[in-house]
Design a binder for this molecule. Sequence first.
Ligand code: AMP
Ligand code: MN
Ligand code: MN
Ligand code: MN
Length: 287
Amino acid sequence: MYPPDCRADLHCHSTASDGYFKPAQLVAHAAAANIELLALTDHDTTAGLDEAAAAAQAHGLNFLSGVEISVSWEGKTLHLLGLDIDPGCPELRAGLGLIQQTRVRRAIAIAQQLEKLGVQAPLPRAEALAAGGQVTRTHFARLLVEDGLVTDMKQAFKRFLAAGKPAFVSTQWASLEEAIDWIHAAGGLAVLAHPLRYKFTNAWRQRMLHAFKSAGGDALEVSGGSSQQAHELETCARDALRHELLASAGSDFHSPDQRWLRYGRLAPLSSRLTPVWTQFSPSSGLT
Ligand code: AMP
Ligand code: MN
Ligand code: MN
Ligand code: MN
């Protein structure tokens, strides 16, 4: 069992999805940042886990296999992390396979919209940026920055790629129940990621948490790269206690440009909470 005060970062991305670093590079950065326990959680893929696990072993860093699954709930997209999963689990593999097909279809549709807006060859260029990993909106956002249509990634989402904007394509991902079942079938725990980023009212956030718990959800990401302020930590801590969820901590690190993520320096969890990593032990890793 990992101790409650373990320096854990259980949410980050590599080039297997929309991260900047290759899995081994990401692990090297985590080790340099004095992280003690790392989980790689790429969007809808486990493709980076073998490389990350091998690098973690070389660095003497504890590692958990993870994934961030795209979920549709009440017409909104939510993100669920699966932690300490067996990537070989047939149910999980089949589920992620379906989402990957959905991603391919969505990328084609996004590219069609961007072409209408005057972007040249968006699909092959986004695929080239993804370099064999999952194609995400982040890759299209990079194209828009590259072409000078926007000044930064934030503007690319705000003006083109966010819900309701011209290149947004509404997508049906996994259901909450399906994603949690796949994670559990793979022996992992299900964490609701960045609960304050969905821009829900308090009442809707409580509904989401109730639905997550009812579907078998295990933990809430309380300490995150984008929820570091005292009042945000307190809101998430109260939510975890109220819905009897374990607590997780994850930076959602993607790239060194995101300075606000302060990789490896997450706010510690309140002692009222039970950290999700106390449920894992070094031997439970499948690496
Ligand atoms: P996708 O899963 O393909 O819809 O892409 C979602 C990803 O886009 C998220 O995981 C973030 O990495 C990125 N993203 C979403 N909104 C923004 C934003 N406003 N600024 C920068 N990146 C964003
Ligand atoms: Mn992302
Ligand atoms: Mn996410
Ligand atoms: Mn993420």
